[in-house]
Write a protein that binds this ligand. Structure first.
Ligand SMILES: [Zn+2]
Ligand SMILES: [Zn+2]
Length: 394
């Protein structure tokens, strides 16, 4: 198949996004709205959200500035062949405004990404990938189409606004993987060539020289064969489908059949539940930043809740102490016919209370006698939580 041109028959522009992506979107949206609402209710949470939003904006601004000043901007004059291919792909995918396209030298890495800043879209292709695929090959069109797919689907903004849901274990990474599956379809449609889409992915897997000579079917077979616990866990926690799976999926487009599904190890789901999204797979600085933001936001929500729990448990212990004092004073009065005058009357090795209990909130206790209410114990921190039993009439 590697030398034939196959048009993906099953694809139409309206059906490039996989159904799974839309399903996961609803759940991620629900989780995100709940978290954002929770944050909006606490001032601290709101401040954190604003602060981290600002840091995120700043970081992204610097990244885009770096592209504008250091990377090579592709125009009619600069790499015209690549520019023409890019404009073609944008038109085919129905993108009205052509984003900025930049070539970035990145020390041999084979990658590309899309980003957005203050309403402008950017696509970046690493120079080695350009050299590996060529400026106007169907493989390059596949790659450009994939990135345009991210922009068309609004994935960049979703990455920010749906951050809480994207961080949710199992769900978040599954949604991100669906993004990539959809975008591979955008790419295949842009290239109008399933074989080229496959070869593009094989170059990512095997490098610029040997990638093209890789046996696609054998590589796709790795997806079907490697179904162990750790591979399953790797899949579940990754924000990208494995390359062997992406090749499998893209190859299935050739005959319009749904891609074959291989089962995962059930225990991997269990363990995956405890691994927040974006952990293993997010190597990009933006991904890491989003993760830090979300951790900060979750901490902002968790800390007040934790403090409240701690405070109420302290109060409970203190009220318990007060109750114990009150009972001891009453007992003293009953047995001695007169009220206790000092704490020493009731606290001691052979007294009513063996050792003086301390308030764990750091308060100190005072006792007052009241004819109506009996002994009232007051804590300097927690107040009079417990009034003693009414004093017996004398
Ligand atoms: Zn992608
Ligand atoms: Zn207290």
């Amino acid at each position: 198949m590697s030398d034939t041109t196959v048009t993906p028959l099953g694809l139409s522009p309206a059906k490039l996004t996989v159904a799974k992506e839309n399903t996961y979107f609803v759940w991620v949206l629900i989780v995100s709205i709940l978290v954002w609402l929770g944050l909006a209710l606490t001032i601290v949470g709101l401040l954190y959200a604003l602060l981290f939003g600002f840091i995120l904006w700043l970081g992204n601004g610097l990244l885009v500035a770096y592209l504008r000043a250091e990377a090579v901007r592709v125009t009619e004059r600069q790499m015209p062949e690549l520019h023409r291919a890019f404009v073609d792909v944008c038109a085919r995918l129905g993108l009205r405004q052509v984003p900025g396209l930049y070539i970035l030298q990145s020390g041999g890495m084979l990658n590309a990404f899309a980003t957005r800043h203050t309403g402008r879209d950017f696509v970046v292709v690493y120079s080695d990938l350009l050299e590996a695929l060529g400026p106007d090959s169907p493989e390059m069109r596949f790659l450009l189409g994939h990135e345009i797919g991210h922009l068309k689907s609004g994935h960049i903004l979703k990455q920010v606004f749906l951050a809480p849901g994207l961080f949710f274990p199992l769900l978040g990474p599954a949604y991100r993987r669906a993004w990539e599956t959809s975008c591979d379809r955008y790419g295949a449609f842009a290239a109008q060539d399933v074989g080229a889409a496959t070869r593009g992915l094989l170059v990512l897997a095997g490098g610029r020289e040997h990638g093209r000579r890789i046996d696609a079917a054998a590589y796709a077979g790795q997806y079907a064969q490697e179904r162990g616990f750790f591979v399953s866990l790797h899949e579940l926690t990754s924000t990208y489908p494995t390359l062997s799976r992406r090749v499998t999926d893209v190859m299935a487009l050739a005959d319009g059949a749904p891609p074959p599904r291989a089962p995962r190890h059930p225990l991997a789901y269990l363990l995956g539940l405890f691994m927040p999204g974006g952990g293993a797979g997010s190597a990009s600085p933006a991904g890491a930043m989003v993760m830090i933001v979300v951790i900060g936001l979750l901490a902002a929500m968790a800390i007040p809740a934790f403090q409240k729990v701690r405070q109420t448990s302290q109060e409970k212990v203190c009220v318990n102490n007060q109750r114990m004092f009150s009972a001891a004073f009453d007992q003293y009065r009953l047995e001695n016919g007169k009220g206790a005058e000092t704490w020493d009357d009731i606290v001691g090795p052979d007294k009513y209370i063996r050792t003086m209990p301390a308030c764990i909130g750091g308060g100190s206790y005072s006792a007052n006698y009241d004819d109506v209410q009996g002994y009232i114990i007051t804590c300097s921190v927690h107040g009079a939580g417990h009034a003693g039993a009414p004093a017996s009439p004398r």
